[in-house]
Design a protein around this ligand. Structure first.
Ligand SMILES: Cc1ncc(COP(=O)(O)O)c(C=O)c1O
Length: 375
């Protein structure tokens, strides 16, 4: 099959087909909010929180304004002091480290496993000091990090674990759900995430009653009762309309996750069979990857991306620079300290992925990839 002869317009993430499939449910959900008019903390907020807590198995779900806000509020609930340290990966979206700095602490970067791109749990203990208060692993691309090992380290040293599940929400780890694998799980409902809304939104999960209450208070300017500000908080609520959209999307979320797993498997089989010089991400036993991005490793990435673009296949790079090479975070790490992150940042490339991707579209992408990597 020659990719050049069939170049259907392909979205990197196809939100239009998803809306077409869910139009009636989502429209009805939105209309209900417009009718009752409770745009802030309306009934859909609690309904969504209850549904999502049940999805993950966590005792509490606290909806918040974004995934970034989820991480920040969880960190604020830990009462960090200036100079405290939080261990995380440099190979992630900026929000992960940004919120550590905003919460008054210092990010300490630990390098990644080269084949999964998640934080290397075997390197965490060496980075722990007297100032370490928490570990913040990220489920990059949709696969959860080594949470059992990370939780065991945290327990030995009395640390909190904040799972950044912005990309891994819906994934399974040893029979348990992402979002419920640490002291906190934090996720994002950014439209392109595995579970997205139509704007900004996010959620914090925890089974600790005291921390859940702290997060609820921080979300509304630190109020323990109306106009009683017992702690410093933020304006961090998720609005009712966005919760209504998430509720609409939950109608077929299980199907979407199943479909993402199947599409990921199909991509992997076709790429392997094609013999294209493309390295696949390793998915560890007893866990899956929900492919928030279907990411592979290629050489001469920019040239491959340009050829794919000409063949009608959009691509993206998550992420072109590790955070310890970004001006805002360079002071927290030496430039050569995380070589695997540096190496991955130079080679990763994400291909189109959404639950509504058809087999024909997927085959087209793989054919184009074969052609584009041939040079
Ligand atoms: C790993 C990770 N953490 C945090 C976030 C922040 O989420 P939001 O964009 O909802 O603030 C994102 C979103 O891209 C992310 O990918």
């Amino acid at each position: 099959m020659n990719a050049r002869h069939e170049a259907p317009a392909l979205d990197f993430i196809d939100l239009k087909s998803q809306y077409a499939a869910l139009r009636q449910t989502i429209n009805e959900r939105i209309q209900r909010v417009l009718d009752h008019g409770q745009y802030i903390m309306g009934p859909e907020v609690q309904e969504m929180e209850q549904r999502l807590a049940a999805c993950t198995g966590a005792r509490h779900c606290i909806s918040v304004a974004s995934g970034t806000e989820a991480l920040l509020i969880a960190l604020m609930a830990l009462d960090l002091k200036p100079g405290d340290e939080v261990i995380t990966t440099p190979f992630t979206f900026a929000a992960t480290a940004e919120t550590i700095v905003l919460a008054g602490a210092r990010p300490v970067f630990v390098d990644i496993e080269p084949d999964s791109c998640n934080i290397d749990a075997t390197k965490i203990e060496a980075a722990i000091t007297k100032k370490t208060k928490a570990i913040m692993p990220v489920g990059l691309y949709g696969q959860v990090a080594d949470m059992d090992e990370i939780n065991a380290i945290a327990q030995r040293h009395g640390l909190a674990v904040i799972e950044d599940a912005a990309q891994s929400f819906g994934a399974t780890y040893k029979g348990r759900k992402s979002g419920n694998l640490g002291t906190f799980g934090c996720t994002s409902f950014f439209p392109s995430k595995p579970l997205g809304c139509y704007g900004d939104g996010g959620a914090i999960f925890t089974s600790d009653d005291t921390l859940a209450q702290a997060c609820r208070e921080i979300r509304v300017h630190g109020q323990s009762a109306r106009y009683t500000h017992t702690r410093v908080g933020v304006g961090g609520r998720m609005d009712t309309l966005q919760c209504a959209v998430v509720l609409g999307k939950l109608e077929r979320f299980d199907w979407e996750i199943e479909r993402r797993l199947q599409l990921g498997q199909r991509y992997r089989e076709l790429i392997t069979r094609s013999g294209a010089p493309v390295q696949l991400l390793t998915v560890r036993p007893e866990r899956d990857c929900v492919w928030a991005q279907f990411t592979v490793f290629v050489k001469e990435r920019e040239a491959v991306q340009a050829r794919l673009k000409a063949l009608g296949v959009p691509t993206a790079v998550h992420y072109p620079k590790p955070l310890h090479h970004q001006p805002a975070y360079a002071e927290h790490c030496c430039a050569e300290c995380c070589p695997e992150s540096q190496h991955a940042a130079a080679r990763v490339m994400s291909l189109p992925m959404s639950a509504d991707l058809t087999d024909a579209q997927l085959q087209h992408v793989v054919s184009a990839l074969v052609e584009a990597t041939r040079g």
